[in-house]
Design a protein around this ligand. Sequence first.
Ligand SMILES: [Zn+2]
Length: 256
Amino acid sequence: MPPRRYLLSEANHRQLLERPPCVAVLPWGATEAHNRHLPYGTDVLEATCLAERAAELADEQQARVIVLPTVPFGSDEQQLDQVCTISFSTLTAHAVLRDVVRSLVRQGIDRLVLLNAHGGNQFKPLIRDLQSEFDILIVLANFYEMVPQIPESLFDVPGDHADESETSIMLHLAPELVELDQAGPGVRNAFEIDSLQQPGVWTPRPWSDVHPDTGCGDPRGATAEKGKEYFEAVSAKLAEVLVALFGAAKGELPYL
Ligand SMILES: [Zn+2]
């Protein structure tokens, strides 16, 4: 098997010169506790594998895409009391993203998909700023929001961190790293200030106090089969985005 031309970690200079990529994908994760049964690298692995699978599907349709190395750290300010949690501040995230964008634009790559796997990462203000500064179309894809009907129909217990859906994906991708028999129930303690729990009102969760086992949502009904179905559905949707961006003509809204 030759090196895969759509993965920057494998592709060589000759391959990229012969077939220059037009659309870049930047997977972005976080490194943090995921209940007691999933690895700290869960979000990194999800972002990486989804980007690779989507790029593979897009490559099969002749779209010239390139998956960049995954950014391993995200916004984890509310988890810094938990051992070995590393957090990027928003200024750091902006600086990293800006340097990636600045480099790509220099090489004529003017379409970037930011594939986010961590709910604490908020990229919209950064993208607004950078798209104004550089001649590039930046598209945000929060993978966990891309196929909303699947989490609703496929999984029994809702959650948003190390839950049944995320555990199922990990059972599909890396079952050897999942210790499901160690999982806690993923309880979420309600805020005691009641009026802070109404629509439109928000403050971050003090994570360790709100989630005693660090997870949100009971993961114990997870299966690899559910994970595969969800993973493939998201990958297919993401591939659609990549193929569409590759085929987009300059001037076609919103690619101006
Ligand atoms: Zn996660």
